[in-house]
Design a protein around this ligand. Structure first.
Ligand SMILES: Cc1ncc(COP(=O)(O)O)c(C=O)c1O
Length: 403
């Protein structure tokens, strides 16, 4: 294997890579299972999973084999032709979401763009013409991506800053406050658009009551209920979709991240009632739904089922959360709250989380900061109870060192 130093990579970044990120001071070179290694050979327990992406961990043999096989057979053909993998993956997703249809793309932001176009198409259908019913109500503190549609839907000023004018017609309700959403929905509203669990905003789940209430409200007002499951979906909560806890079905769903387990793959599912709003020419993508990307998606879903990964998450997560709560009890002045579902957990600190994240890194573990005062733990779905136990120990040590 080529050997190189972190400093060389840092120099390349310093000279040639745009500075829209401030990456941690390490260069990752290899991954296997729940671990990644840096250029100095140090091993890290990867509880970031590339921001909730590597559902199967790194280099899962079945996932690698499926991609390799497809790579030699057929990589890309465009959507001007059918490919079998796209049809099979769409069928698999429909079997999980309900009767409807799927569109494939490459990322969460692209999935959300397609969902916002669905909202517009619904509004045109409802009002009988364009520009009348186009508004979208989303949640304060949400996050839906960095495109103009995504930023417009994002209720966080720091994400939107310096990019005005954004798309018109977005308003922001308080999460889990049904009355606030009721107030914001008017006859010009086409859709309510929500993350089932806010991720970048610091791990704030929608409650069951709120999801049920918003479903009823959308039905009463003829407004689409669209859920962004880009971060919380694909088994991360121990359920395939996070919204399943409420026993509801949205009208459309956005997904990405875990769907390809590291291969860039996004998708939207649209209920059959609305699926025909997309007609030939109304939307498209060159790269979405390639034979290769869909092979990665099929392999991911196959392994999640075969290795009972949702059951793994469901059985391990409660004990993990309870252990993290004991750390909170040990450090009441530093840890304000521990919250989340399944393998999507946030620890809110009373201080800047970056020194604690760095101290965890020094102790061999990666985690992801969020929203200024939260550390997110987003382990691969293959993480065992022992990995979770180790992560809690490292978090405790790092806290003790930075408290
Ligand atoms: C809930 C949610 N929606 C959308 C996105 C955007 O996805 P992507 O970065 O793949 O464009 C993210 C990314 O973090 C996300 O968490």
């Amino acid at each position: 294997m080529e050997s190189f130093h972190h400093e060389d990579t840092q120099e390349l970044y310093d000279k040639y890579v745009l500075k829209n990120y401030a990456p941690a001071p390490l260069t990752l070179v290899r991954g296997e299972g729940v671990y990644v290694w840096d250029s100095d050979g140090r091993r890290y327990l990867d509880f970031g999973a590339g921001i909730a992406v590597s559902a199967l961990g790194h280099g899962h043999p079945a996932w690698v084999a499926a991609i390799k096989e497809q790579l030699f057979r057929l990589t890309h053909v465009s959507n001007l032709y059918r490919n079998r993998n796209q049809g099979r993956l769409a069928k698999n997703l429909v079997s999980r979401c309900g009767p409807g249809r799927v569109f494939f793309c490459n990322s969460g932001a692209e999935a959300n763009e397609a969902l916002l176009k669905l909202a517009r198409l619904h509004g045109v259908h409802k009002a009988g013409r364009e520009g009348v019913c186009y508004k979208v109500v989303t949640a304060l503190n949400g996050f839906h991506g960095r495109t103009f549609g995504g930023m417009s839907a994002t209720g966080q000023e720091k994400i939107r800053q310096n990019f005005a004018p954004l798309l018109p017609g977005f308003s922001f309700g308080k999460l889990n406050d049904l009355a606030d959403f009721e107030r914001l929905i008017d006859p010009e509203t086409a859709a309510v658009f929500l993350e089932t669990i806010q991720g970048e905003g610091g791990i704030h789940p929608c409650t069951v009551e709120f999801l049920q209430g918003i479903r009823d409200l959308c039905d009463q007002r003829g407004v689409l209920l669209i859920l962004d499951e880009v971060q919380c979906g694909i088994g991360r909560t121990g359920r395939f979709f996070a919204y399943e806890k409420a026993g509801i079905r949205p009208d459309a769903i956005g997904m990405a991240k875990g769907l390809g387990s590291g291969f860039p793959l996004g998708a939207i599912w649209v209920d059959e009632k609305y699926a025909d709003l997309f007609t030939p020419g109304s939307h498209g993508t060159t790269f979405g739904g390639t034979p290769l990307g869909c092979a990665a998606g099929l392999a991911t879903l196959h392994v999640i089922e075969k290795e009972l990964l949702m059951e793994n998450v469901g059985s391990n997560a409660p004990g993990w959360l309870a252990n993290l709560q004991t750390v909170r009890d040990e450090f009441p002045d530093q840890v304000l709250s521990v919250r989340g579902e399944g393998y999507m957990v946030g620890v809110q600190l009373a201080m800047n989380p970056l020194p604690t994240v760095a101290a965890m890194r020094d102790r061999g573990m990666l985690a992801v900061p969020a929203s200024g005062d939260v550390i997110r733990f987003l382990p691969p779905l293959i993480a065992t109870a022992e990995h979770l136990r180790q992560s809690t120990e490292i978090f405790r040590d790092a806290l003790a060192a930075t408290a």
